[in-house]
Write a protein that binds this ligand. Structure first.
Ligand code: MG
Length: 349
């Protein structure tokens, strides 16, 4: 849990709640103009003239959403912020503030929370968001972590899920499936470690996969790249549960169908080799793996020349009429119905 196992352990009771918040947040700086008041009063105050405010919350529970036997606390803090910022970017908005609430059992010393907050602070600095509030309390078992992100966008810039149109191109940023495979590698190493604690894992062939699982980056850059190309997406969503369930959200809410081409799915070479090693179908991993935190969006077909060949994006299919359903076109040219197999259901298989 702690990176340095021999470091000192201060119990949280020694500081008290207000002392704890003050201690953990002392090095955070306010950088957004829209933050009127941060930590220190009954409420934080934010204001952006002439813009919409976007709010999203995520709750992470130890043993359900994260496993501290291979997730360092600093990474957990960073990733928990990414998960929320990704949702703000999926609306084509700018993330500006977060609040962080945690509940921890007495198994966690102050030094553990310092590591968690170091990850949160790194995320805040890297992505230029202010920590403006939150709560800390005790739990009877394990850690719970809830983050709320606040963003803004001009009304005309906000992109929703329910506005895709037939013939629109379906585009995804980055590549797919690596985070899921990173989790498989870490789970396997955990089991090896439980049998033989002396075993030193060799993870060199999986560096990209593990990084995608432990330290994902939200796609803050996509809005700027699209603006430069003069493209406004017609719909957008982030990939937390897996490509197929996300495209189905867009299609269902937009009352359209979709066609995804198997041979267009972007896969990193480490994903392909790990799929061979684990004997899993790479298409299945790309469609259902989840936790990629890439952006999935649709653009008018007129933008084809603008977006094709852009190294940030892959065109993986197109939107169809609703009565054509949601389909995957396989490498051999067969059409299969897309299945909504989110990350959680996939995991139980
Ligand atoms: Mg989302």
């Amino acid at each position: 849990m702690l990176e340095d196992k021999n470091q000192q352990k201060t119990t949280l009771a020694e500081l008290g709640e207000f002392g704890l918040i003050k201690h953990l947040t002392q090095y955070f700086k306010i950088s957004q103009e829209s933050t009127i008041k941060g930590i220190g009063d009954d409420c934080a105050v934010v204001f952006s003239e002439g813009k919409e405010t976007l709010v999203t919350t995520d709750l992470l529970i130890e043993g359900v959403h994260f496993d501290l036997s291979y997730m360092p606390l600093k990474h957990l803090g960073y990733k928990a912020v990414m998960v929320n910022l990704s949702d703000v970017y999926a609306m084509n908005a700018t993330a500006e503030q977060i609040t962080v609430s945690i509940a921890v059992s007495n198994r966690f010393p102050l030094e553990a929370l310092e590591e968690l907050y170091a990850g949160i602070q790194l995320a805040c600095e890297t992505y230029n968001v202010d920590l403006i509030g939150g709560d800390t309390t005790s739990s009877t078992k394990g850690m719970l972590l809830s983050i709320t992100a606040i963003g803004t966008a001009k009304k005309e810039d906000v992109v929703y899920r329910n506005t895709a149109k037939p013939t629109d191109l379906i585009v995804v940023s980055g590549d797919l499936g690596a985070a899921y495979l990173g989790l498989q590698v870490l789970e396997r190493e955990k089991q090896v470690f439980q049998v033989d604690p002396q075993n030193q894992p060799d993870l060199e062939n999986y560096t990209y996969l593990i990084e995608r699982q432990l330290k994902p980056e939200a796609r803050k850059d996509v809005a700027g790249v699209l603006a430069e190309l003069n493209i406004k997406p017609t719909s957008m969503i982030d990939i937390s549960d897996g490509l197929s369930s996300e495209i189905m959200h867009i299609a269902t809410q937009s009352k359209v169908g979709c066609k995804i081409y198997e041979d267009k799915l972007p896969l990193d070479p480490q994903v392909i080799s790990a799929c061979e090693e684990f004997d899993i179908d790479s298409t299945m991993v790309a469609l259902s793996g989840g936790e990629d935190y890439e952006l999935l969006f649709t653009v008018p077909i007129a933008d084809f020349d603008n977006i094709k060949g852009n190294p940030n994006f892959s065109i993986i299919g197109h939107i169809t009429e609703e009565n054509q359903g949601m389909n995957l076109v396989t490498r051999s040219g067969q059409e299969m119905e897309l299945k909504a197999q989110g990350w959680s259901s996939f995991k139980e298989d």
